[in-house]
Unconditional design. Structure first.
Lengths: 107, 121
């Protein structure tokens, strides 16, 4: 199975900050990676797919990059609505696996 | 409006069975692969399994943790997805989400609101 490791597990930041979350795969997954945002008590929401393509309706302050084994999700200027938990997901091979999550909290 | 609505969750004893349903609307259900993902209390997301579409023979994939106990099926005539869960264990306690897999990119682009399954004696 492909292991997905996110860092950091928790990130404290302020409104307006630029933040980056990293996701590493235990083997190459090409660009078959998605990022999701989840708020407490809600279903996850797709932000990015194919490592760098922004899902329709997602604000342009979100961006993704990377290929192979190392990927990043960047939020260019944090907004109050962005404080949530973020997950990466690889869908290069079965079983599909998620990272453990990064909780983005207000500093 | 594109929507997925899960139902069927509840309290079940260890060793018991439960069938979850996911009703789809607002899109051509038959075109899409569909996934189940679960989230144990206070934990991260865990992929449970997938059913492909008719064009891909409705084949399925499962996580090792549920293989042989859970079965994913679909009824395209009813725009519905199902998760039959047998031999339930306490560690299967979670919120279960159904999700639509994007046709061109394979990310999960539509999610249901989730249904809670509690396995306890």
């Amino acid at each position: 199975d492909i292991q997905m490791t996110q860092s950091p597990s928790t990130l404290s930041a302020s409104v307006g900050d630029r933040v980056t979350i990293t996701c590493r795969a235990s083997q190459s997954i090409s660009y078959w990676l998605a990022w999701y945002q989840q708020k407490p008590g809600k279903a996850p929401n797709l932000l990015i797919y194919k490592a760098s393509t922004l899902e329709s309706g997602v604000p342009s302050r979100f961006s993704g990059s990377g290929s192979g084994t190392e990927f990043t999700l960047t939020i260019s200027s944090l907004q109050p609505d962005d404080f949530a938990t973020y997950y990466c997901q690889q869908y290069n091979s079965y079983p599909i696996t998620f990272g453990q999550g990064t909780r983005l909290e207000i500093k | 409006e594109v929507q997925l609505v899960e139902s069927g969750g509840g309290l079940v004893q260890p060793g018991g069975s439960l069938r979850l349903s996911c009703a789809a609307s607002g899109f051509t259900f038959s075109d899409h692969y569909m996934d189940w993902v679960r989230q144990a209390p206070g934990k991260g997301l865990e992929w449970v399994g997938r059913t492909r579409n008719k064009a891909n023979s409705y084949t399925t994939e499962y996580a090792a943790s549920v293989k042989g106990r859970f079965t994913i099926s679909r009824d395209d005539s009813k725009n519905s997805l199902y998760l039959q869960m047998n031999s339930l264990k306490t560690e299967d306690t979670a919120v279960y989400y159904c999700g639509r897999v994007g046709s061109s990119h394979y990310g999960m682009d539509v999610w249901g609101q989730g249904t809670t399954v509690t396995v306890s004696s």
